[in-house]
Design a protein around this ligand. Sequence first.
Ligand code: AMP
Ligand code: MG
Length: 418
Amino acid sequence: MIALVDALRLVEETATVLGPRRELLVRSWGRRLAEPVVADIDSPAWDRAMMDGFAVANADFEAVGEGVVELTVVVDLAAGATSDMAVGAGTAARIMTGAAIPPGADAVVPIERAVDGTASAAAGSRVRLCEPTFRPGQHIARQGTAFAAGEEVLTAGSLLTAAEIGLAAEAGATHVVASPQVRVAILSTGSELVDAGAMPAHGQTRNTNGPMVAAAVSLLGAEPIPLGIAADRPEAIRAAIRQGLAADVLLLSGGVSAGDFDLVPGLLQACGVRQVFHKVQLKPGKPVWFGRLERPGAPPTLVFGLPGNPASTLVCFDLFVRPAIGILSGQPPEAWHLPRREAMLTGSCKGAAGRPVFLPARLVEGDGRLTASPQRWTGSSDLRGLAGASGLIAVPAGASFVAGDTLEVLVRTPPAAG
Ligand code: AMP
Ligand code: MG
């Protein structure tokens, strides 16, 4: 059994950043580019109409000034349509936003400036346009004005938010080389477990940890790979472990304490995973196991054996797995752990001899201070108290506190305003 600070230090020392990976563009959001994106075409790729109206020659309007210009409509151009029909003196094309400007035209007069806005080549009609503020070249986005073919439109290091993904798509990138999305395999062990969608028979327990841990992984921007449930039989757990060791991180829950069927630590070591620690002075979550598998030609796999009780599982995830995923994905150190803040207690809470306790609390921010209200919580199997708990009160070993005392909390989600 080791101290919590030592366990956290060992996680930080054991996890190392993963190298960049080539990924599908549509799956790369939230990550940082490792290589620039270079455009394969100009944007716009051709002169584009930016208004519904009539494509005209500048000369016809420059001559008339503020008067009415009457033109013959020679072609109708919807977005996506092209035509070789040129526009010249005395003629116009009816054109819609997003269509290519026809040869000879160098401005668009909006449809609202037409005396008869329905005029079209199909109807054989002429159009009368009155555009008192005509500017040569108006309402055309010229080829290459956003970017040119061969130009670096996104530099290495760019954060891929929605705008960057859109720009990369426009520039022709279907894949990008980016900081990796950490792949996290998730295995729930226990012969008593049934799928969370099932009605458990007497003695059976719904697999709560599977969906919960997958959500926690997704919320960190990592990719959950659910491996389902393995019964407490060596061959079942071993086969699932082998599968899970292909991921960057393998998370198991259950089977790590001292019971007759707690097979996980032994099986992991038999599969070549080197134990870094087992059992931490901590409540809930004491039985937690951590190890690392070296893989030739591939980054090591980090393995966490999380205790089976769901509240313990989640507290261990928050304390140990979260920084591991942060380190692997290249996050800066200040983002590895849940933020720690001072808060004033609104009720009393009691620690445990020899180990710190993490108690679910509701955090409220107001009047320039943070308060923490301990939630009703019956212990490590009780998720009810953790649901809605924006914080965890960190009670040092052997300590106890009363309302009005100040102590440290871990902030899980933004505090409520109050
Ligand atoms: P274990 O760590 O395997 O001794 O399990 C401790 C407790 O957690 C037992 O009551 C298990 O039934 C329960 N438990 C283990 N895994 C899960 C799970 N995936 N979902 C819900 N409860 C679980
Ligand atoms: Mg078990």
